[in-house]
Design a protein around this ligand. Sequence first.
Ligand code: COA
Length: 377
Amino acid sequence: MSDAVITGTGLWRPPHVISNAELVASYNAYADLQNAKHAAAIAAGERQPLPHSSVEFIEKASGIRQRYVIEKEGVLDPTRMRPRFAPRRDDELSLMAEIAVAAAQQALAAAGREGSDIDGVLCAAANMQRAYPAMACEIQAALGAKGYAFDMNVACSSATFAIEQAANAVRTGSAKCVLVVNPEITSAHLEWRDRDCHFIFGDVCTAVIVEAAETAKAAERWRIVGTKLATQYSNNIRNNAGFLNRCEDTDPDARDKTFMQEGRKVFKEVVPLAAAHVEQHLASLGLEPTKVRRFWLHQANLGMNQLVVKRLIGRDLTPEVSDEVAPIILGEYANTASAGSIIAFHEHRGGLKAGDVGVICSFGAGYSVGSVVVQRL
Ligand code: COA
């Protein structure tokens, strides 16, 4: 069995930023418009007015300061409240494939590889642009990659779950060099008209190259020491958009056809799940959390990461501890679904030396938790 190593990562960042101030101004204008439209029903007590959102609440409750988006005008237009994407012809590269290729090219360059060296492509993300053909097949063709390609979705854990599939493929010899790519166009599944969650997500795409250790070329290599995946069914994060919708004669714009969550319950239930998962995974490898040099955690909420770190290593996530042990990228990027822990790994793995161990960990809808223990070679 070959050892599997990570040899390169890539990050594609969208061109537009929405600050919390811009987001709140647009939401509040939307709420005012709705309240004016329904003034009679509100006055008759038949309907509650929509309250305003607030920058202070968002920053305190989540730690998010801004988010990147592919398209900004449509999101901020109080009469629209969703991005505006131009449809593309079937013979044009699709939007998801375009951002995937951009992130993949960076990861390939870091790994000293070309598209034709790839013999497995896993497109792993919380949403796919279409039912078929698989996004991964389009990405494979655009890169000139060989072998096979498939899509997979485990919501926010898609990347870690895909890394395990890539590592297993390399270990068993069914592929030699696998691209895992996470195009997260979260602006299209977010309900920008819902004050409870309109601040949560941002768009981004990450990519990781996983290959056989003996043929890897990159100077910087991370051995995949072990992976551990777990799921436990929960309805607390849910999105009912799907191919049966039109047969059910339901409204495609109904609230349940975009991201919904019971944020409090998610917070309470997922923190212990994630911390115990990582602890058990490390123990199974004969490792202790306090000996881990860095945790690249899922990025959904600052408070969740503070609690996970406290449970794992007993330390408060002060800015110093964050820089050294558990980097936070949430303030700049917001929640980018499966890409969050990979952005943290991509941007904050400097300073670790040969032999140092780190953990990439995701948690989210499903529920799902995935951990990837890596060692710098
Ligand atoms: N602006 C101002 N006030 C707001 C608001 C906003 N945008 N959104 C909610 N509020 C209000 C609520 O109405 C509520 O008011 P009340 O106490 O009068 O009822 C209060 O603030 C608290 O709301 P709540 O939803 O309980 O906030 P919270 O502290 O749980 O924070 C989240 C909300 C979403 C930030 C937090 O629960 C979270 O991040 N959970 C984990 C989510 C997660 O990881 N999801 C995974 C996604 S993949």
